[in-house]
Ligand binder design. Sequence first.
Ligand code: DO4
Ligand code: MG
Length: 285
Amino acid sequence: MKLAKVCTQDGSIRTGVVEDETVRLLPLGDGPVSSLTDILHSEKPIKVVEELLPKSVTVALADVRLLAPVDRQEVWAAGVTYKRSQVARMEESESGASHYDKVYSADRPELFFKGTARRMVHPGQPVRVRFDSQWSVPEPEFTLVLNPNMDIVGYTIGNDMSARDIEGENPLYLPQAKVYRQCCSVGPWIVLVDGPLQKEQVSIELTIERDGQTVCRGETSLDQLHRELEDLAGWLGRENEFPEGALLLTGTGIIPDDEFSLENGDIVTIEISNIGVLMNPVVKD
Ligand code: DO4
Ligand code: MG
């Protein structure tokens, strides 16, 4: 079941269920379930939605604007969780290579804050390359939707935009390489958890187009992730509180060749099987 946050033609923000080319707008009122977050934080999100569906109103997907599926959740990310990422970071950072090597196999993962919900870029809206970066890439990441107990209640797609030159210059610059305006997009919706996940069946694909040509393509599978999803969620919740819930990007297994850097006007498309497609153009001033 795909749960989306949308802006309708009359400008109202609604929560709906995406089915093929339609969205069934849910009648969320003043009761105990009045928002996307209330659904996500209920004991049985799918059952709650099923009870609301008979009173939903169906509109065409083409007639709404998809929004990042977050209300007040914080968005965090895990790093160096795939072999590909470990190797790339060690190559880019002379001074930090051993840190990346160690964190890949350490019990404690690398976790970093990416932004609050209001900083998230909506599907179809531009993500940014910092003007002071000459080497920036998108990072296509399978993303967990967590309730305040750190239970995984859904999945979505995240793009962890990263300035590799700033990160590589000094590991202490990581927050500047990772957190700046328009540095992260999530969406296009949340797929609610409905039984165990077959990681080997989850493919992640990245395509970057420039002037109508594909300039970068890569793919991986979630079973290449070096850590358990529940384990990552557990580390995020350790000695921390998320009363509004959280999103956790689980790291990238696809990194463009070292010669590649995003340019103004590029189109980044991330497709994850069973979730959907997150597309964003790129801006660089
Ligand atoms: O430590 C650098 C960041 C790693 C990251 O974002 C990733 O592996 O996805
Ligand atoms: Mg990343």
